[in-house]
Design a protein around this ligand. Structure first.
Ligand SMILES: [Zn+2]
Length: 331
């Protein structure tokens, strides 16, 4: 089975000194934990806060890329960069973990398609258009006031990402931005780390209609482990009591969201994007990436077949990734 996590924020810790080769207490993700969790590939997010200026965001992303390249040089025997599904599979056959690159927030491209192309050349294979703020490209789920969806430049970004073969990630997009992306993208799109709004009403989550629209286009929703996105009652308690909030969502809640998305869109359109190292609170039983197999155990208990679990574990995301690449080549 090929296990892929489509979103972790580990580079944000790496630029502050995290050594990914060691079993760290503070982080959720490092090579020992990935290996214990049976993970074959993770997208490392080049995340920048909406509070940074585009210039600051660009500098931050370069620092993260540098930290990842340093770690890859240091741990050649453990991991390698992958730029495509076939490279990720070939890394696995050599006993290497694959790091893939995703950019979280399009702000670092500075309103320049040329910079977008450069990031692709540097290995970035998906991009969320925004983080928690509207930007030059699109409106975000957190604000959603500036453009009413994609900006005119944002439409060009979508078209250029299609042409390049860079996956469009709808995570953090406002509902109107989502609709525009569905309208303008000629390739399947994904959400690398969102949950189901039918089960938890956070605006970062996707409605059943959105999940269906994305699936109709061939895409995939990768379920997030963030307790605030998993449960409304926890989210309410957490907003007032923080760390003391109770009861904490569990691995069963993650599986509830996976199962809901499967019922809405089919088992071909669901996967896992933990958001580890980007979430300050984790579900009970899923404290870090080494615990991931618990999710698959629970899916088996629920009656999922081996083939279905393999799809959720990574094959669905790899299928979309391949399709985005082959669409770009046929253009
Ligand atoms: Zn995020």
């Amino acid at each position: 089975m090929f296990v892929l996590d489509s979103h972790c924020d580990t580079p944000s810790l790496m630029i502050r000194g995290l050594d990914i080769g060691l079993d760290n207490d503070k982080g959720h993700v490092d090579f020992p934990k990935l290996s214990a969790g049976g993970v074959d590939a993770s997208f490392f997010a080049l995340y920048t806060s909406a509070e940074l200026t585009p210039e600051q965001a660009l500098a931050r992303v370069m620092e993260m890329l540098a930290a990842i390249r340093d770690a890859l040089d240091k741990y050649k025997d453990k991991a390698a960069l992958a730029l495509s599904p076939s490279e990720a599979l070939s890394n696995k056959s050599k006993g290497l973990f694959s790091i893939l690159l995703g950019m979280e927030n399009g702000s670092p491209i500075q309103k320049s398609l040329s910079l977008l192309r450069l990031f692709y050349k540097m290995g970035v294979r998906y991009m969320t258009l925004t983080h928690n703020g509207d930007n030059e490209i699109a409106d975000s789920a957190a604000e959603g006031k500036r453009w009413g969806g994609l900006s005119p430049f944002g439409i060009e970004v979508v078209e250029e990402m299609n042409r390049l073969g860079m996956i469009i990630d709808v995570a953090h997009a406002s509902d109107l931005t989502f609709n525009d992306i569905i309208k303008y993208s000629k390739s399947p799109v994904v959400s690398t780390h969102s949950c189901c709004r039918a089960l938890a009403s956070h605006p970062r989550n996707m409605t059943d209609d959105m999940i269906k629209l994305m699936a109709d286009k061939g895409g995939v929703i990768q379920i997030n482990f963030y307790p605030v996105f998993l449960s409304d009652s926890f989210a309410r308690d957490y907003s007032t009591r923080g760390e003391l909030a109770f009861p904490k969502p569990t691995a069963e809640d993650v599986v509830r969201h996976i199962d809901h998305a499967v019922n809405v869109a089919g088992v071909e359109h669901v996967g896992i994007g933990t958001d580890f190292d980007g979430i300050e609170v984790t579900p009970y039983g899923l404290e870090n990436i080494s615990k991931l197999p618990l999710v698959f155990d629970l899916l088996i208990k629920k009656g999922y077949s081996e083939d279905q679990i393999e799809k959720i574990a990574g094959n669905n995301f790899l299928r979309v990734f391949n399709e985005v690449i082959s669409n770009s080549l046929s253009r």
